[in-house]
Write a protein that binds this ligand. Structure first.
Ligand code: SAH
Length: 203
């Protein structure tokens, strides 16, 4: 997976490749899908949601450019796979998921794998989590019609938010830097995520 799907397509940051190589992706997919866990595609998880394709996880993680001392906010815990990668590469991770069932499963798995620097919250991530703001990085793993202003507000100056923006069927992955309090966006790639349910749900 690391050589064929990631390095060949431009995921080259050593720390990102190590984390992706170390975390047992098969434990995050549904039972019966273990054999597909390392294929280059998204897979179904509980509650009609998906675990993102390894390449997209690599691309988003590499874009976040984590040195190890950051506090990261993630919206859309899902299986907890991306959360585990962030826990490996940053100092602290706060992750919000609207489905309690998914959050509970992710919590069990992340504890089993020994991650102590993660806090999981059940709720609507569109509002972020002001209690621990500001964040050095924010990652949204569900598609939005536009950047939720609460999230941009909780980003520290000089920080970066990675989010898929677009409509229901297709989005572009955007890296949005906060510079002098204003957003500066770069497009990373096309993508397709499940919708961010709520106020910023895509049409
Ligand atoms: N990063 C995940 C993939 C997540 S799929 C992984 O690695 O497995 C997107 C997730 O976002 C789903 O679990 C979905 O339930 C969640 N989600 C959608 N809208 C949300 C919202 N408004 N607040 C919090 N979570 C939301």
């Amino acid at each position: 997976m690391v050589t064929d799907q990631l390095q060949r397509r431009g995921i080259i940051q050593a720390r990102v490749l190590e984390a992706l190589g170390r975390i047992p992706r098969e434990q995050f997919v549904d039972r019966g899908q273990e054999r597909q866990a390392y294929e280059d595609r998204a897979l179904a998880i509980e509650c009609d949601q998906t675990i993102s394709q390894p390449y997209i996880v690599g691309l988003m993680t590499q874009a976040l450019d984590l040195a190890g001392d950051e506090k990261v906010l993630e919206i859309g815990t899902g299986s907890g796979y991306q959360t585990a990668i962030l826990a490996e590469l940053a100092a602290r991770v706060v992750s919000i998921e609207r489905h309690a069932e998914l959050s509970r499963r992710a919590s069990t798995l992340l504890a089993e794998l020994g991650y102590l620097n993660v806090r999981l919250i059940v709720g609507d991530g569109s509002a972020g989590w002001p209690d621990e703001a500001p964040y050095d990085r924010i990652i949204v793993t569900a598609a939005a019609s536009q950047t939720p202003e609460a999230l941009f507000g909780q980003l520290r100056e000089g920080g970066m938010l990675v989010i898929p923006i677009g409509d229901r069927d297709s989005q572009t992955l955007q890296a949005i830097h906060k510079i002098d309090g204003k957003p500066r966006a770069t497009t990373l790639s096309g993508c397709r995520f499940v919708p961010l349910v709520g106020e910023f749900e895509p049409e």
